[in-house]
Design a binder for this molecule. Sequence first.
Ligand code: UTP
Length: 289
Amino acid sequence: MKVRKAVIPAAGLGTRMLPATKTVPKEMLPLVDKPVLQYIIEEAVESGIEDILIVTNRAKSAMDDYFDYFPELEHRLCRSGREEQAHQLRAVADMANFFYVRQRETRGLGHAIARARHFVGDEPFAVLLGDDIMMSKTPVLKQLIDAAEKYNCSCVGGQAVSDEALPAYCTTDLTHVEGRVYDVHHIVEKPKPEEVMSNFAILGRYVLTPDIFDILDATPPGRNGEIQLTDGLAELCHRERMVYVDFEGRRFDTGNLTGFLEATMEFALRHHETGAWLREYIKEKAKDL
Ligand code: UTP
């Protein structure tokens, strides 16, 4: 099994980040000096992905514009001696082969991923959620691809979350295989207390076989009338082997305000232009609190 393609569903309405996301896609909000989506695409490329499909909608054309050339701007930068910056802009557009498909109705994550059937064809493929950002030594998607390729099956990534947080995620029934890898036997979305099987939730990264498409097409709408990816995954893990990687790294949900601010602070503290300044600023501020 070789994983070369990735799908990034980014067609959600971003209601938790309103009013900012009324006209700016949440995936395009800047995290220090780059849009959220760029971090996700960098993770995919560093994991060996060559072709990337972004699932978008009619309000999100800023995403395809961003991964395109902008000759007038590059020319202006070069004329004013900023060739390096012009080169950086072009390098972003050249990172991967980009493809786009529109989700014409916002009918849930499972429905968004089902739009990728023609792009994916008959290969296994990766999914990276458009608002989940990872900070890790080995790219999180690479950790999943290594496991998927080793065990020749689908792979979902996640970590243990607290008892309080679990009802917002999903619960998994797992048995240990080796190291950080587990076999998945069952998955339940947004579990009630009596449904909890473990605290290992699935967090924004997947490698799936194309068998998921027939399953998603047959999955009835669930919560909020949306087609839930988790319902499809629960069926996939019953039909064929699926492994879980308890990934190494830190995950930020930039789709909510505190997650977005947390990510902004962490990335700003590590950024060469802002790190030292922010550290001093926080120390000064802490004196007044
Ligand atoms: P979320 O539930 O986090 O995104 O979906 P949302 O619906 O935009 O957020 P809120 O709850 O209204 O604030 C996870 C990912 O799936 C995509 C989102 O863009 C996000 O990257 N998604 C969700 C779609 O592409 N289509 C959908 O119909 C729903």
